[in-house]
Ligand binder design. Structure first.
Ligand SMILES: N[C@@H](CCC(=O)N[C@@H](CS)C(=O)NCC(=O)O)C(=O)O
Length: 199
């Protein structure tokens, strides 16, 4: 199994979290996205979207962090704790996968890329979106340890790295105490895999 990623990628980190929690052995290849390596000819063969993360598991190659979380949770977790089999439980978890890919990506993650890598974006809109999503998470996590099902699932993994790195996006996570406590809860799970600023 080979994961294409970059150490600063929050989307890549989500996948590394689950690989670690499930103790799935794998190799990693860094794609120098800040340096533009995603536009190299060789990577176009790996991903037509030219984005990381991509997981190559021999018979299958999958792009998109959320899709990869589903695949790993279905294939490498025999107890199906991270990605359950029940339709209703899958539906409520999928809400958060979508929230991660749309609302969190277009808010906190865009702001991160703007402040860290000078990526062009409407920073005022991204910041407003970031505050909105942190508020949604904070209200949802009041009196809850985990996003759904009373235990950690791929819903938490899809969302938590963006929240943990929200300081880099110039959001004040201390204004969201339920989010701060949840980030810490994930960070202290056994076999947690860290990244810069979330270690
Ligand atoms: N929907 C994708 C988004 C992936 C994404 O935005 N990847 C970024 C790095 S975190 C990337 O590869 N950007 C390079 C580019 O778009 O040129 C996912 O959730 O994995």
């Amino acid at each position: 199994m080979l994961l294409y990623h970059h150490p600063l990628s929050a989307n890549g980190h989500k996948v590394k979290l689950l690989l670690g929690f499930l103790s799935v052995s794998h190799d990693e290849k860094t794609v120098d996205v800040p340096g533009g390596e995603q536009f190299a000819d060789w990577f176009g063969v790996i991903s037509d979207l030219r984005q990381i993360p991509v997981l190559d598991d021999g018979a299958v190659r999958i792009r998109d962090a959320q899709a990869i979380l589903i695949y790993l949770g279905a294939k490498y977790d025999p107890e199906r704790r991270w990605w359950p089999t029940d339709a209703a439980e899958q539906g409520i978890i999928a809400q958060w996968l979508s929230f991660a890919a749309v609302e969190l990506q277009n808010g906190i993650n865009l702001s991160r890329l703007y402040f860290r890598l000078s990526a062009p974006c409407d920073i005022a809109a991204a910041q407003m979106q970031g505050e909105k999503t942190l508020g949604v998470l904070d209200r949802h996590l009041a009196n809850k340890d985990w996003l759904e099902l009373g235990r950690p699932t791929i819903a938490d993994l899809a969302c938590v790295t963006f929240a943990a790195r929200s300081g880099e996006a110039k959001h004040d996570i201390t204004a969201y105490p339920n989010v701060s406590a949840w980030v810490e809860r994930v960070r202290t799970l056994p076999n947690f895999t860290g990244m810069e600023g979330f270690a």
